[in-house]
Design a protein around this ligand. Structure first.
Ligand SMILES: C[S@@+](CC[C@H](N)C(=O)[O-])C[C@H]1O[C@@H](n2cnc3c(N)ncnc32)[C@H](O)[C@@H]1O
Length: 354
């Protein structure tokens, strides 16, 4: 069974030899396209033109997990909203107990109190929260005040129960023109509640949203984050990532480090933005129900689309930039782990929200 540490070391060698055939550090499996929020910025399944496909049965999803497990031991269960997957507790238990995955659950948090049996199996509980201001949050998530209140209450409650359940809890926020003014308050909230904060700019058609890019406030805020990080703020975002966001410079991207699997078991290759663009560079080359190993799926992908591109200057999402930097700059990773508690405790090397 593959482990992310072995994969990381193996990948160092592959990169040294110029190969882009990299082993995954973590795989994200979107178990269901269904969601109970209506986030205005969401470009995932919320804007799908066709009807959403039904999720896989428990047995089928277990097959998908077994196939992923041949590639890595870190798994993020996401969606849609993963807590809406009909058998999510059993799936989590199977992934942890039978397959030995180290598990992230990425959720909007609204339903957490109904799914406590899943929580002891998690290594990281990642809750998407863009603001602590109920009005801002309600407008962004497109939900009524009682749902907003439930989300905020759940975040506080399950932040306070991290030791009891044994997971580490991370808040993931999207930087938009609407959320930007409140992100520092969100960081304070995280510090008060023993949480880490990760961030990505709002992606619009695979680019950071234009109004952000041209706003002085966005640039100033990124510089401020670097200062807060140096001062010990609980930011789960490397300095390299924050500087890449500020410079908006092309970066070497290695999307095979953090691949994504759709609710029906399709592998997205090489990454969500390229697959969505509909070019000949990417697509859905294999369904994990039809193969029995990660290597088999990747062989099909490589044969159909070739290696992923070398350099990118598109999405600027943390889930792609961060692992790419940490894999290709091991010195940066070591520095981050030694210097910053959040990077160490949050497990920056395998952290790929989004
Ligand atoms: C699509 S959600 C799915 C999982 C779960 N429902 C949740 O809320 O965490 C995964 C993450 O993607 C982020 N996200 C969605 N649309 C985005 C966009 N256009 N740009 C950047 N992040 C986005 C969400 O905020 C969330 O943190």
């Amino acid at each position: 069974m593959a482990s992310s540490t072995r994969n990381y070391l193996h990948n160092l060698f592959r990169l040294f030899t110029g190969s882009r055939w990299l082993r995954p550090l973590a795989v994200s499996y979107c178990v269901t396209p269904a969601c109970n929020l209506h986030c205005t910025y969401c470009e995932d399944f919320a804007q799908a033109q066709e009807p959403l496909p039904p999720p896989l049965s428990h047995e089928e999803a277990c097959h998908v997990l077994r196939t992923i497990r041949t590639g890595t031991d870190w798994l993020t269960l996401t969606g849609g909203e993963p807590l809406l997957y009909p058998d999510i507790v059993h799936l989590v238990q199977y992934a942890r107990r039978e397959l030995g995955f180290r598990l992230n659950l990425q959720t909007n948090g609204a339903l957490l109190s109904q799914f406590e049996p899943a929580l002891p199996h998690l290594e990281r509980l990642i809750v998407s929260l863009d603001s602590t201001d109920p009005t801002v949050l309600g407008a962004l998530a497109g939900v009524p005040p009682d749902t907003v209140a439930a989300i905020l209450a759940n975040v506080r409650t399950y932040a306070g129960r991290q030791d009891e359940f044994g997971y580490r809890m991370i808040v993931n926020a999207v930087l938009t023109p609407e959320t930007l003014p409140g992100i520092e308050a969100l960081l304070h909230f995280c510090a008060e509640n023993n949480l880490f904060l990760s961030l990505s700019p709002q992606s619009f058609n695979n680019w950071p949203r234009y109004e952000l890019l041209v706003a002085d406030a966005y640039q100033e805020f990124l510089q401020r984050l670097l200062i807060l990080k140096r001062g010990g703020a609980p930011l789960l975002a490397s300095a390299a990532y924050l500087r890449t966001l500020a410079a908006l410079a092309p970066f070497s991207c290695y999307p095979l480090l953090v691949p994504r699997v759709l609710p029906n078991g399709d592998l997205l290759y090489p990454c969500r933005p390229i697959e969505k663009s509909g070019t000949a560079q990417g697509g859905r080359p294999a369904n994990l129900l039809d193969v029995s190993s990660w290597a088999e799926a990747l062989t099909l992908a490589w044969a159909e689309y070739g290696p992923p591109p070398r350099v990118c200057n598109s999405c600027y999402q943390q889930c792609y930039i961060e692992p790419s930097w940490m894999q290709s700059h091991p010195g940066t990773l070591v520095w981050e782990l030694l210097r910053y508690r959040a990077s160490r405790r949050g497990g920056l090397a395998t952290f790929a929200p989004g």
